[in-house]
Design a protein around this ligand. Structure first.
Ligand code: SAM
Length: 211
């Protein structure tokens, strides 16, 4: 397991949901879910699902029959996601996988979930996971041609105290340009910034279709 997932197990999972309860983050989540544009019955792969904060929105977008395969390396975060799914009545629509995203191929195969997906969903994970470009590429290989990939993350071009704090508490390196690989390979690439005019730091929501 990575240092990041250990940090989430030991510390960050305790306050994560409260800290994420910000209007800007809610808006970013609504925006990224609207970018997946999948029909009923679709299968979505969510890498680094954390405590499952996207899942109520995703389930709504998937209609009556879609399914989520959700992976995270922190057992504490995953347990919170499972409780949320039970409480909100969609536990039978999510397959939870505990493991390191760097071993995605193996984990999906062992779970019997290695068919291609209709959508790939990565929120606040590529800034956290080690070897992020390879994790992105591997996850993208599991997407169908014509499938949608959506990424939501932060990007800060300058160092600051906040950058240091976010790095310490969330193991997130917001200086990584995590939108770049998708921009390079996807069709119909779109990006939206929150707040709208990019400043030194912002959230972005990027989406594209696999060629
Ligand atoms: C900032 S949280 C994002 C959670 C969720 N995607 C969200 O939008 O709220 C980062 C997540 O990445 C997970 N993580 C860190 N390293 C990982 C790894 N190597 N493989 C899989 N998940 C990892 C952590 O456990 C944590 O749940």
């Amino acid at each position: 397991m990575s240092y990041a997932s250990k940090l989430y197990d030991l510390l960050t999972s305790r306050f994560y949901d409260k800290q994420m309860d910000l209007e800007l983050v809610h808006e970013a989540r609504r925006c990224v879910v609207s970018g997946i544009k999948v029909g009923p019955g679709a299968r979505v792969l969510e890498v680094g699902c954390g405590s499952g904060l996207n899942q109520p929105l995703l389930i709504e977008a998937l209609g009556e029959t879609g399914q989520i395969v959700a992976l995270d390396a922190s057992i504490e975060m995953l347990n919170q996601a499972k409780v949320r799914a039970q409480e909100q009545g969609y536990a039978d629509r999510v397959v939870f996988i505990h493991g390191d995203a760097r071993k995605l191929d193996l984990l999906l195969r062992d779970a019997g979930e290695d068919d291609e997906f209709d959508a790939l969903f990565l929120t606040l994970i590529l800034t956290v996971v080690p070897d992020w470009r390879r994790v992105f590429e591997t996850a993208y290989e599991h997407l169908k041609v014509g499938g949608r990939c959506s990424i939501m993350d932060s990007y800060w071009s300058k160092s600051s105290i906040t950058h240091w704090l976010v790095r310490s508490l969330y193991a997130a390196d917001s200086k990584r340009p995590t939108f770049e690989p998708l921009r390079e390979i996807a069709a119909e690439y779109q990006v939206e910034f929150l707040p709208p005019a990019p400043q030194d730091s912002f959230f972005f929501v990027a989406s594209g279709t696999k060629k």
